[in-house]
Design a binder for this molecule. Structure first.
Ligand code: SAM
Length: 320
């Protein structure tokens, strides 16, 4: 029998669109850029899931281990009968550890910009947790978030794993944390943050031998070809992801391998040979620098868990 269909809400649809406008305006700038939230259509979300399985990508493995190891403590901190609101929920795999540990979770509200994929993974989760109120919301969490309260107003706890916070420059990250705090209505936030480490290890994680991260990066152009009828030649761009040690971040680019013109929504974009298009940053923090930022965003940083090699960190932030 089919799983009950988790009804996906769109909040509001216009804010998840705008790919064509954003792409054209980003490629008209100097230097050129494409916003990283557009990585995630169905194909991009599936490529990201493949990245999570790569031997070089220590982040997912380490965070999952931390979650499993500290699930009991985390469940105590969250309390019973809560609603878990997950930002940028992706495959919904990590939350299962929380749903299994928390006493009588009342509801789970995953938010993600990748609508088709969210619908599919929510359907699978609904089958495994039939008693849970599940309300997936397709939205851009960088915009104003108004998630209606549930009857009985269960306490709301936030979950923001995967170090997605690292994709924002520090000022934008702080603004995002503030908005998240407001949407949690006084509840705490469990957040996964990747740590500053050996640049060689970081470089390997974003330049995997199998080339999956390169495919993920190029999905921005592949998506434009699929959705907007653009004519990007994917072989004429190279994935480039250096570590900027001074700024503590991996920077991701697509570099034009030749002088070329691409047509996009009836217009032409010119690329010089060697011209980079910036597609993503992935900022790394120390435990202390992240706790300072969380405090400036209005949280009280409480428990923090890390692994023996200090590769990754999980922070429990209380709302002030
Ligand atoms: C780095 S992945 C992390 C996925 C998952 N949380 C994990 O830990 O494996 C980032 C996720 O956030 C979503 N996302 C990125 N930008 C977003 C935005 N502006 N609004 C909502 N979701 C977004 C993506 O679709 C993707 O599922």
């Amino acid at each position: 029998m089919d799983a009950p269909l988790a009804r996906v809400q769109h909040c509001p649809p216009a804010e998840t669109g705008g790919f064509a406008c954003s792409l054209y305006s980003g490629l008209s700038k100097t230097p050129k850029e494409i916003a990283c939230k557009f990585f995630y259509d169905d194909a991009g979300s599936r490529l990201f899931d493949r990245i999570c399985e790569l031997p070089e990508y220590y982040q997912t493995r380490t965070e999952v281990r931390l979650l499993k190891h500290h699930a009991g403590e985390i469940a105590q901190l969250m309390g019973s009968g809560v609603e878990i609101l997950e930002f940028g929920a992706g495959s919904l795999r990590k939350v299962r550890t929380l749903l299994d540990a928390v006493e009588a979770p009342r509801a789970y509200t995953p938010l993600d910009i990748s609508g088709d994929y969210l619908g599919q993974v929510a359907r699978a989760l609904a089958a495994d947790y039939p008693a849970l109120t599940l309300r997936p919301v397709v939205c851009d969490f960088t915009q104003a978030l108004e998630i209606p309260e549930l009857p009985g107003t269960p306490r709301r706890m936030g979950f923001f794993p995967g170090s997605t916070i690292g994709n924002f420059k520090p000022d934008a990250a702080m603004a995002l944390l503030r908005r998240m705090r407001a949407s949690l209505l006084g509840g705490g936030l469990l957040i996964g943050v990747d740590l500053v480490k050996d640049p060689v290890r970081l470089h390997a994680a974003y330049n995997d031998a199998a080339g999956v991260t390169a495919l993920f990066n190029k999905n921005l152009m592949a998506r434009a070809n699929r959705e907007l009828g653009a004519n990007f030649d994917l072989d004429a761009f190279a994935h480039y992801a250096p570590y900027n040690a001074a700024a503590h971040r991996i920077e991701m680019y697509l570099v034009s391998l030749k002088r070329q013109s691409v047509s996009l929504c009836g217009r032409v974009v010119e690329f010089a040979q060697g011209e980079p298009v910036h597609t993503e940053d992935s900022h790394k923090y120390t435990i202390e620098s992240f706790r300072e930022m969380a405090a400036r965003a209005g949280f009280n940083p409480r428990a923090v868990w890390t692994d023996e090699e200090r590769l990754f960190s999980l922070h429990w932030l209380e709302s002030r």
